[in-house]
Design a protein around this ligand. Structure first.
Ligand code: 5MM
Length: 337
């Protein structure tokens, strides 16, 4: 695979309906996922789990990139093969989460994502380890008086500073402004917060001279809050998400890869498919799911080597379903076979 420019890397990741496997859970998050299946979160167990995912047959043709956590990019499989090589052997590009998590700002419980200190040196090391793209996640909450303009501006400025540095180091930045689903807000509240965040993000990217053609956006879909009593249906989520993206995202951006944000795996697929069936945009509209790709595989695995094949089948199935959704070719009936 010879990909020489940022544009080529970004375009490759989302080519032919491919999407991204988000496997960059930090150790505390991985601990929570493993708790749910009664598996201890040791370094070896995390390695075994991810090795199993990366060796799944469904990675090929369906997954164009994998986001890793710092620990994982350094790990080798049981037979000594670097996990990064397992990924490239499947035709996918290795990516790396480079933010350092959330810090409180203001007195409402909002956060700003940190990690710019020392980032340039860390990026240089990741390049030498084979990373082709990076990820930084900003978190925006909806609630009483939230999101504040200060929170949106601080987070989107940090995303733009990060993106510029990443491109200067020859990698493609994924920018992830996640408006959380948590809360009882309406889908219109989600639209407003997402619209404001995206507007601010693209203003900051432009001011920083970030090459949009060498950038991938990882946004939330526009949905009802998870505790809202009236949940918007698939068509409304698809239409409002598209309207929000069309209002804010330049057509020259090569790929938009959604996060799943706590949606069930099938709903995340159905929403993506509905948007691609509607069409009317120039970007590739694809997926960068963590939970919505891994949930069934994690449940099937239970930390037991005898479950490896059924777990890999579960991941392969979801990867294939989401590829079909990225092409607008998914159907609910395909889930029942
Ligand atoms: C895979 O989870 C990622 C890392 O989360 P932490 O830093 O909190 O451990 C997360 O950023 C993820 O990439 C996105 O939220 C998308 O994952 P979901 O599960 O929302 O599709």
């Amino acid at each position: 695979m010879s990909l020489n420019t940022l544009e080529e890397i970004a375009t490759y990741i989302v080519s032919n309906g491919k999407g991204i496997l988000a496997a960059d859970e930090s150790n505390p998050t991985c601990g929570k996922r493993f708790d749910s299946i009664g598996v201890e979160s040791t370094e070896d167990n995390r390695r075994d789990y991810r090795e199993m995912l990366f060796r799944s047959s469904g990675m090929k043709d369906n997954i164009g990139g994998v986001i890793l956590f710092d620990e994982t990019i350094r790990q080798v499989a049981k037979d000594g093969t670097p996990l990064v090589d397992l990924i490239t052997n499947q035709g996918a590009l290795p990516g790396i989460k480079v933010d350092k998590g959330l810090q409180p700002i203001g007195d409402l419980g909002e956060t700003v994502t940190v990690g710019l200190d020392g980032l340039d040196e860390r990026l240089k090391e990741y390049v030498s380890m084979g990373a082709k793209f990076t990820k930084w996640r900003a978190v925006i909450k909806i609630g009483d008086g939230m999101p504040t303009d200060e929170c949106i501006d601080a987070n989107m400025k940090a995303l733009a500073d990060y993106a510029k540095l990443v491109q200067d180091n020859g990698m493609v930045p994924m920018v992830e402004p996640e408006v959380l689903m948590d809360g009882n807000h309406s889908i219109d509240d989600c639209y407003k917060a997402s619209d404001k965040s995206l507007k601010s993000l693209f203003d900051h990217l432009k001011n920083n001279g970030v090459n949009i053609k060498g950038t991938i956006l990882k946004p939330n879909m526009v949905t009802s809050g998870s505790d809202c009593s009236s949940q918007a249906g698939i068509d409304e989520v698809a239409r409002k998400t598209l309207d929000c993206l069309l209002a804010n995202v330049p057509a020259e951006l090569p790929g938009i890869t959604f996060l799943s944000g706590g949606q069930s795996d099938i709903l995340a697929t159905a929403h993506l498919d509905a948007m691609n069936k509607i069409g009317g945009f120039q970007w590739k509209l694809s997926f960068s799911y963590g939970r919505a790709l891994q949930a069934a595989a994690l449940k099937a695995w239970m930390g037991k080597s005898e479950n490896i094949f059924i777990s890999q089948d579960a991941l392969s199935h979801r990867a294939k379903m989401n590829k079909l959704a990225s092409l607008g070719q998914w159907d609910q009936e395909l889930e029942d076979v």
